[in-house]
Design a protein around this ligand. Sequence first.
Ligand code: GDP
Ligand code: MG
Length: 795
Amino acid sequence: MSENIRIALAGNPNAGKTTLFNALTGSNQFVGNWPGVTVEKKEGKLKKHDGVVVTDLPGIYSLSPYTLEEVVARNYLVGERPDVILNIVDATNLERNLYLTTQLVELGIPVVIALNMMDLVKKSGDKINTEELSRQLGCKIVEISALKGTGVMEAAEEAIKAAGEIKTVPQHTFSGPVEHAIAHIEEAVVHSLPDEQQRWYAIKVFERDDKVLESLKLDKASLEHIETDIKSAEKELDDDAESIITNERYVYIAGILKSSYKKHDSGILSQSDKIDRIVTNRWLGLPIFAVIMFFVYWLSMVGIGASATDWANDGLFGDGWHLFGIGSSAYEEAAEEYGDTPAILEALEAGEKTYVTVDDETLETSDPIEITDEVAAEAKSMAEKYGEEGPDPASYGVWVPGIPVLVGNLLEKLGTSEWLSGLILDGIVAGVGAVLGFVPQMLVLFLLLAFLEACGYMARIAFVLDRIFRKFGLSGKSFIPMLVGTGCGVPGIMASRTIENERDRRMTIMTTTFIPCGAKVPFIAMISGAIFGGSAWVSTSAYFIGMAAIIISGIMLKKTKMFSGNPAPFVMELPSYHLPTVGNVLRSMWERGWSFIKKAGSIILLSTIVVWFTSFFGWTEEGFGMLAEDQLDSSILAKIGSCIAWIFAPLGWGNWQAAVASITGLVAKENIVGTMGILYGSGELTAYQALAQAFTTVTGFSFLVFNLLCAPCFAAIGAIKREMNNAKWTWFAICYQCGFAYLISLIVTQFGNLFAGNVNVVGLVFAIASVCVIFYMLFFKKYSEATKLTANVVK
Ligand code: GDP
Ligand code: MG
């Protein structure tokens, strides 16, 4: 058997590496992790070729040692030295992609370029002179489309050919002073290495790359010697060594592209450019974004979503509903005519002269109303017309009973024991049903977000925000994880991998989950529905509070030593606007929605069972046993809740139910609604009515803010731990999130109460102190030396 040939696939993220890798290897793949780190390692045998192994390296923008991906890719290339590098280049993004290429060709390993996405280039009408490009870069280029499968095997065969052949020699040179220094360095410290590797090492030494300097184990004298060479080049070119190299690479690339790349119809503003002029405008960008997000939340929470959720909550998971809505209005008219009849009759029977009415939503009782003879007669005739029970919805259309009614009837027929029907009705149906009731609203929200993402608008927002973020030492890159986090925090946290700077990455991991994810939508909608009359402002404000929390935290953390440093340059291509395909948007909506429904069927089901058992069992005067609905205060859960409720007392909602709901929210945020459905919905009142009684607008909002910002669910905490790869940082993140949430909701409660006219002096003092600390961090504390706020923006 011949010796193995090892082909390494290297390229920028999203250049199409995975697509090419799959096309080359088919099903002969082995997936594992790179030794010692969590970056995925994929290897596979080349189709129809014995003894050729393809390795998919992590996607990288350069060979600098800043991200984990870069270190892994670089260690592999430098340490293992594959026989050939197949550099996949996204032809629609030549400038950025070739930056990596200029570094790969310096390694002294044969390089073949697979120029990918040629289908798109041809479609756009751009012209690439491949021969010229190949000549200038000094390596073979094969045009391919990984997606369509064209040219893929030819590229691999070229790579195999190159593996046996001569080395690739870099064609570009740096400016005089740099080359002068590099020559000195080669002479002084790397001459013992194989010829073809010397240049790469010398350039890295010139850049003062720590890891390379370490690996060379230089003595003090040579270090000092090369330092004078580097210094003199820096002085001559008036920049630091690393920036000199970066700039010269880009200048070189710009030069090559001038002679080998021609963009179609340059000069004329495309439709996309015209839209961008407004949408990414310095002043209009943010207001437009705010209006769009308000509209998105309004549509999903109030416009379309609310009626669907009303149906799901009151109909499907409530008493029942009229099929196709036929008969609903006739029934409502009758119900209105029937009106206060029961209250009047009851009062008459008791021999009273007045009666009171109770508002369905607020549960407020009216002032006593006098019963005149006229009123009494009217009530009697109503009772005759509709019967003592009032109008029956079933006589106005096809009445479909809700799930709780159906399940209740079934259980009664089966004669199940009291505790079992309690578990099923008050536990599972009430808990899981409360969560599932929000699915319609959530699907509408996901649909709209998926549309904004797919049409290219969200990419613009990252760009708009970068301009603002950068003023505070943050990068717009932190926005991408946030965007992903609106669906679910777990992939959001994972998306932070694209951030080069370790400190910024940690910071983003810590703050991403502030944004309301899909699982938080139900409780936000519940609070807004029960306490704020369903106002769209509440849910929209949740989104902007989440975003503000990220920005405020970012600024505060950035000013500490732990997180100081320059933001990474933000490089992102703005895709042109396009109408997304219906299938894509629906698929994205369904993926998010379905994972939500699956969760309701597993982890939330389990949690509601636990919550039900612990809330309906407990100690009474007769000893341990099942409790009646008005005895929940003696339950196990109430005992546990009371032990921790004091913690939340300063936030204004120190009752055990709310405390318990926040804790179960750590398992999964949907549980907040499920738990409240069980704990508040089991008495005479509906859960909404009970909530409206238990919370004021101030404490309700404070509860919302706390649960929005505090530590995320276990799954997301697990993701934080994996990405931090460090227990201390994980705990720091959790504590920061909880502490921040606590302070902000303390501020909301205390100042809210102050305006409502009931002052708690101690609480207010703490709230004012918190505001002062935050203000100090935001406006007065200085950035450390390490953070230069003038960092250049790369568009
Ligand atoms: P990776 O991040 O480098 O692994 O990139 P992927 O293989 O995941 O590809 C990124 C995106 O580019 C995917 O949506 C692919 O479908 C798309 N893509 C890859 N190759 C081509 C191509 O040749 N033409 C077109 N039009 N799209 C491609
Ligand atoms: Mg990939």
